[in-house]
Design a protein around this ligand. Structure first.
Ligand code: NAD
Length: 345
């Protein structure tokens, strides 16, 4: 078991990798507990849930809307929750994003924590304090920043995760390695068999290392005014792919990283041999590059949150383990998108 104590301003959040769901009561302050989860997690793990009212959502992205946030808040009030209550999200990124938003809005803010159950949420979604729901076709366009009291990453729960979801989470691990940890990038490339068999020790180590990077970046730039933008590598192109092609988040991010890598080569930032290392790593885990851009792609890309006037903050890869963000005209991005030559179209 490994622990990271993550401090932002006067707030702190404990991240415990390798702790078990059944031990979560020892982390919850002596308060009335309200649980938010989805029906898959409840079916598989409710016997290990702590005692408390359970609000169950339908699994999946369609639940990440303001109407559900409002419904949860109304139910919490009906069930007697107040400012002293504790909200526990048990689930993947969808549950964590919703729970965080509810916790920042209900009664103007109550304490919350997560038991993070997918690889994607363990390496990324549950850590960093970003909350959000989707609106008008834009991902996470309504949200807040609020740190959970704790995040428990129960690595044993990954054993029940469907393979596509596991690979999806893997996308964020590849991203973190690509932007900040060269040795992890090559380790992921070489240890495919152990990763795919969900080796607990290896996954605990990779998740922990990935979280060390995320927490140190977020710790220096909580509100994403600078360095935190690097964590968006692959996301500017990945988000529209996720929305329009209805692809899982991590898979779309991996396809977005390939496109971002291509642009990095075109700009002269990334050597072609390193681009092919990234591309073959992604492909070796069964993800193919996009064959064309889906209809509506440019419109969604230009509505990206990283946009600023007629320019956009875009993350380019320099080499495995190092990325840089640069402000580039949206027009130039569109010219790049128009110039892409697709394989196997
Ligand atoms: P998810 O929460 O929808 O979970 C994926 C599926 O796996 C669901 O069907 C769920 O029921 C099931 N599941 C979860 N844990 C399981 C387990 N242990 N065993 C069996 N099934 C399980 O998806 P996700 O990939 O975890 O998260 C995606 C979301 O995370 C997106 O909405 C994305 O925008 C968000 N996200 C947020 C941040 C952030 O910083 N806040 C970062 C990255 C992604």
């Amino acid at each position: 078991m490994k622990r990271i104590d993550f401090h932002i301003k006067e707030r702190s959040s404990a991240i415990i990798v390798g702790e078990l769901l059944k031990n979560v009561p020892s982390y919850i302050p002596k308060k009335k507990v309200f649980i938010i989860t989805d029906s898959n997690i409840r079916r598989l793990y409710s016997e290990s849930f702590p005692k408390g009212f359970v609000y169950e959502i339908k699994p999946g992205e369609a639940s990440k809307v303001l109407a559900i946030v409002e419904d949860i808040c109304l139910k919490l009030a009906e069930e007697g929750a107040d400012r002293e209550s504790f909200i526990l999200g048990i689930g993947g990124g969808v549950v964590c994003d919703l729970t965080g938003l509810v916790a920042s809005l209900f009664m103007r803010g109550v304490s919350h924590g997560f038991v993070s159950t997918t690889l994607l949420s363990q390496v990324d979604a549950s850590v960093g304090g970003k909350t959000g729901v989707n609106a008008g076709g834009y991902k996470n366009s309504i949200g807040t920043f609020k740190l959970p009291e704790f995040v428990i990453c129960d690595v044993t729960m990954l054993s029940t995760l469907p393979e596509t979801e596991y690979i999806s989470g893997f996308g964020e691990l590849v991203k973190t390695a690509a932007i900040a940890d060269r040795s992890m990038f090559y380790e992921i490339t070489e240890r495919k068999a152990a990763i795919m068999s969900r080796n607990i020790d290896l996954m605990e180590d990779l998740i922990y290392r990935s979280l060390l990077i995320k927490t140190s970046v977020v710790g220096r730039d909580f509100e994403e005014a600078g360095e935190r933008r690097l964590l968006n590598f692959g996301h500017t192109f990945g988000h529209p792919i996720e929305v329009l092609n209805k692809t899982s988040h991590g898979m779309a991010v991996m396809q977005g990283m390939i496109l971002a890598g291509q642009w990095s080569v075109k700009k002269g930032f990334l050597a072609e041999k390193h681009f092919f290392e990234l591309k073959s790593l992604v492909e070796s885990y069964g993800i193919s590059p996009v064959k064309c851009l889906p209809d509506g792609f440019k419109q969604l890309v230009s509505g990206d949150k990283k946009k600023s006037g007629d320019s956009i903050y875009f993350v380019f890869l320099m080499e495995p383990g190092r990325a840089e963000y640069k402000k580039v005209p949206v027009k130039e991005m569109f010219e790049f998108l128009d110039s892409i030559e697709y394989e196997n179209k």
